[in-house]
Write a protein that binds this ligand. Sequence first.
Ligand SMILES: Nc1ncnc2c1ncn2[C@@H]1O[C@H](COP(=O)(O)OP(=O)(O)OP(=O)(O)O)[C@@H](O)[C@H]1O
Length: 784
Amino acid sequence: MPVSTRSQVTINQAKDEQNQEQRIRPRKDQEDYQMANQMRNPHHGLKEKMKALTLLYEQQKQASNAIKNPSFLKPEEPRFSTHPSIDLLNSGRRDEKDVKEQKELKPICQVMRENVMPCSAVTRNFVVPQPSVVEVAKENVAVGAGGDQTVGFSCPRKGNFSSTVARKLSLGSSVIPQSEPPKGTKKVNEQGLDTITEKQGGNGSGNGSRILVFVRLRPMGKKEREAGSRCCVRIVNKKDVYLTEFANENDYLRLKRLRGRHFTFDASFPDSTTQQEVYFTTTAELVEAVLQGKNGSVFCYGATGAGKTYTMLGTTENPGVMVLAIKDLFNKIRQRSFDGNHLVHLSYLEVYNETVRDLLSPGRPLILREDKHGIVAAGLTQYRAYSTDEVMALLQQGNQNRTTEPTRANETSSRSHAILQVVVEYKVKDSSNNIVNRVGKLSLIDLAGSERALATDQRTLRSLEGANINRSLLALSSCINALVEGKKHIPYRNSKLTQLLKDSLGGACNTVMIANISPSNLSFGETQNTLHWADRAKEIRTKSCDANEEIQVPDSETDQAKLLLELQKENRDLRMQLARQQQKLLTVQAQTLAANSSPAPSTASSLLSPAPSSVQLQEKRKPRPSLLAGTCFTPESKKKGADETVRELRKAVKELEAEIGRMKKDHALQIKQKDDFIRELSRKGAKLASAGGEGVRRIVTRASLRPKKPPEGELKSPSYRFLSPEPTAKKRSFWDITTANSPSVATLNGRKTRSHVSAEPAAAAPSMLLQPGFARQRPETMKQ
Ligand SMILES: Nc1ncnc2c1ncn2[C@@H]1O[C@H](COP(=O)(O)OP(=O)(O)OP(=O)(O)O)[C@@H](O)[C@H]1O
């Protein structure tokens, strides 16, 4: 039989009394009683206020997003967690295929555990304590040249990277990869390679797509093998990259800190991956999107000698992404039309020692200017290209002009960042006589390699180059950081490279980053650094790509009137929303004022609660038995805590005010846009009527409806990002500026173009550019 202790009896009695009291107490008294109870806790009011404010903020945010995009309220797709800090022990959840694979490889893993070099410097391989890492290490073989005794493990060479991860690049919804592609989405592309189209996930907020990040591991180089280096990177499951650190077992301090690292990317390519596979996984979809009038960028990032130029340019036998993309582009154009309505323009520039140079028409350094259309390189030549061969010849010419020099790390090290841009314009009348005009832009970027100062052997010019390369890459990292953290100011202006990449990183662009890494443990630091930034870049979201969304003005007056009514209704709704937001803002402001003027926390806490009743006041006056009595929680510390809460509350209120201010601006801008459009529509309607109905169909882009000059400060406002970008058709980027006095520049469709055909004979050798020796040797005097 259970025996009640004295204290239990006391508690039970107290509870009974309380229940009885509550039953007897009239409803009103009960409320007062509850309030009084709340008042006993000095933080209660503040917490309530905080809750109310947070709720209000959430509601406003949702309302604002609902205006911008009604699909915002759709439930969010599950995010794919890929942070490198992933606990390796917890990441043991693998698919069945993996488990099977690992079972097969069990005997090999035994070798991995004691991966000791039988030479004088005894080192130990610290394998990540995760079964998949150990067990999937397929080839734990000697890497030493000529069968030397160094035991290590090499990257899986037989990796059959047949399936590729592609994504749908449509209208700017977020691209959220899933751990496994949905069933039934596997398709085979023209080249017979599998393409797994990932479901376009995202929250439907329409605020852009995530940068897709891929990692490519290059094979171990001859020099690295000769130096006895070991493979420290393993790619598992075509996504996961495991980095293993090696250390001398006498280095106790380091041994303690050693640990394996794990990263997950949209796809990771083992060293056996072909150029075609890389192209079809990373860039093929971008090319298709460019033909639809969207912008795309691909950039290779990594340490010097990691394989960026190989990936981008390739060799004659194994052409890289640039070449394959151009070929694919022209193939697709050929398949689509023979009417010559596709115009392809091309430009190629490099950033060397913080100067911008035209690679197709070398001369004086170009100056970057920022105008309302973005960054432009004044004087950059833009060639009109008609065929793949012609583009190849241009590429070859450009590469001969590119600055490359041998360094200790790489014999053909690119000392500059090279950017090839292809602009595809499509203008045609459709069946109903509407003019369709799409402009898409593909930027292919081969960055110079990041390097340690000691990695390059020559001083002077080489170290200056290295410093500039590192500086611009550092600037790139700062931009990535700022973008990931959602900062308002992104430091694009810190370097020429980031200025030029502004569009790719923060603009309306589908962007792909290929991080190149070396397998050698001698490059462990560089590889780790590259993987870190690649992992960070995964979180960047670019603006939505619906740059060329078209609104067609209907012909008939009835339809126009209908559209007008619709727009007016939309406008009214927006105005009402705005009024509601303003009301809420006023409430919040009043609360803030009250909170600011209240000195004591007790007063602050009462701001959101009703005036205390007499019962409450009596309760207050009564000496309250504190649960905390006898503890170290003194009245001073209570006050301090309350002060802190008040401070936090004030901060929250300020933030809310700022956010509401932004929303207000955003609404005002949207309403103004609609007003402008309605005005324009009415004006055009009137004109049509006066012209006796002989109307001509017009295309009006959303972007063209935005105010000519955004209001002060709007450009930097995040809300501005949600607006449709300027139409690329009108956009004159740095690529679009032609050398006016260039001999072969011709004016075509109002655009100054320079045909390469006139400069180069058509029979020019097509793809010799891809030889590693294309480097333009710098004059000896410069090397000093
Ligand atoms: N996937 C690969 N397969 C075969 N060889 C490769 C691969 N990747 C790179 N290489 C070779 O590695 C060497 C260095 O590559 P590459 O010049 O592309 O490096 P990089 O990253 O561009 O260096 P830098 O930044 O110094 O220009 C070259 O000889 C190249 O042929």
